[in-house]
Each structure stands twice: as structure tokens, then as C-alpha cells.
Design a protein around this ligand. Structure first.
Ligand SMILES: [Zn+2]
Length: 68
């Protein structure tokens, strides 16, 4: 089975998420939206880039949607 997926943001191979015992708990990658709508990203990019961007976009949309 080929689980070698590449992160669309850093272009590195996506490492599986592991629990504190080292057991693989998730190896599906993460949704890179709103950075991009295609492919998957790794946990590092998800935590450091995608999630902050998503929060910023939500805050912008809340501000932008008030005058209507
Ligand atoms: Zn990445």
C-alpha cells in the first residue's frame, strides 16, 4: 500500500500523526483549505499555516459581513 503523500504546502512527505506511544493514529493528511483547495498538507503546515489562516479568514469574514 502506498501511503506516501506529499504536502501541497511544504512539498515534503506527509508524516503520519502518532499518539504519545508512537502508534499511528491518522495518516490521511490534513485539509489545506483556505491555502489551497487541492491535495493534502502535513500536520506541521496545518498547525502553523493553515489553522492561523483559517482563523484570520473567519475574523475577516465576521468583520466584513457586518455592514449589510
Ligand atoms: Zn507541510
Amino acid at each position: 500500500m502506498n501511503w506516501q503523500m506529499k504536502c501541497v504546502i511544504c512539498h515534503d512527505f506527509i508524516e503520519p500523526d502518532r499518539d504519545k506511544y508512537g502508534h499511528i493514529i491518522w495518516h490521511g493528511g490534513h485539509n489545506p483549505s483556505p491555502i489551497t483547495d487541492e491535495g493534502y498538507c502535513c500536520k506541521v503546515c496545518n498547525d502553523e499555516i493553515v489553522t492561523p489562516t483559517r482563523i484570520a479568514e473567519i475574523q475577516l469574514s465576521i468583520k466584513g459581513g457586518k455592514d449589510g
